[in-house]
Design a protein around this ligand. Structure first.
Ligand code: IPD
Ligand code: CA
Ligand code: CA
Ligand code: CA
Length: 256
């Protein structure tokens, strides 16, 4: 797989997605709840997933697709080429703020990260990268984030986990430079890539983490389960992503 060509192709799709999303935002949204009152899906999430699946099938007929909003043939194994698609990451922000949401695509080969892209729709900013593609913002190379001590780093923590002090995350947040909560995993990974956050902890689905993990391969980001073990990209669970010192401090504190 030629990564530069994949990058061009995916960025082309994301630009079309962006235009379609901005157009759809001019019309009333159809909002439905899924598992609970804060778990939303809109007509735009569904339409954008359908669009991206169509593009992936046409360009990579051999690929499996794992997308959030149904429709996709579930990848029940990680063999071969797998695309993880989150058509709108931060649907609550999309509905309530009309900002701070992302479109994310992560590409894996036999379970190994190849490539990730995160489109910040309202800022028209795409971060992409992977093990063989240096992280870039709209094609401009990014300076790798610094590996700072935990107490000198801002960190992202899922709101419910910090507020409920799950896994000591309330206390850990107090020991950092401060906690920031964006409501979008994609925005958190973007902030880490830009050096604005040292790390992020949340309970995530595979499509929430696939793009960020792949991009992070290009700048030394460490991404594991909450117990420090390798992630299983077919299961939801606690994810700890951080530059090495922040990641190590999270794992030590959460498992103390
Ligand atoms: C959600 C966001 C949120 C995270 C949730 C995710 P969605 O994604 O990334 O920040 O805390 O766990 O489900 O559902 O809006 O795509
Ligand atoms: Ca969702
Ligand atoms: Ca998501
Ligand atoms: Ca989503």
């Amino acid at each position: 797989m030629e990564i530069k060509a994949l990058d061009e192709t995916v960025k082309g799709w994301l630009q079309i997605s962006r235009k379609q999303i901005l157009a759809a935002m001019q019309q009333p949204l159809t909002v439905a709840t899924k598992s609970n009152r804060n778990d939303l899906v809109t007509n735009v999430d569904k339409a954008n997933q359908a669009f991206l699946i169509q593009q992936i099938h046409a360009a990579f007929p051999e690929a499996s697709i794992e997308g959030e909003e149904g429709q996709a043939a579930k990848a029940d194994r990680l063999a071969g080429l797998v695309f993880f698609v989150d058509p709108i990451d931060g649907t609550m922000n999309f509905v309530k703020q009309q900002a701070n949401f992302a479109v994310m695509i992560g590409v894996y080969q036999d379970g190994q990260p190849l490539y990730g892209a995160i489109m910040d729709v309202m800022r028209n900013e795409v971060i992409s990268g992977g093990p063989d593609l240096s992280p870039n913002l709209n094609g401009e190379p990014l300076t790798p984030p610094l590996d700072r001590p935990f107490e000198a780093s801002l960190v992202g923590i899922s709101g419910p986990m910090a507020i409920k002090n799950r896994l000591h995350l309330g206390e850990l947040g107090l020991a950092s430079s401060g906690v920031r909560m964006s409501g979008s995993a994609g925005m958190e990974f973007k902030s880490i890539a830009l050096g604005r956050l040292g790390g992020y902890v949340s309970w995530l689905q595979p499509w929430d983490v696939a793009a960020g993990l792949a991009i992070g391969q290009g700048f030394g980001l460490v991404v594991t389960r909450g117990d420090g073990q390798p992630l299983d990209l077919l299961e939801a669970g606690v994810v700890v992503a951080g530059m090495p010192q922040v990641h190590a401090a999270f794992i030590a504190g959460m498992n103390a």
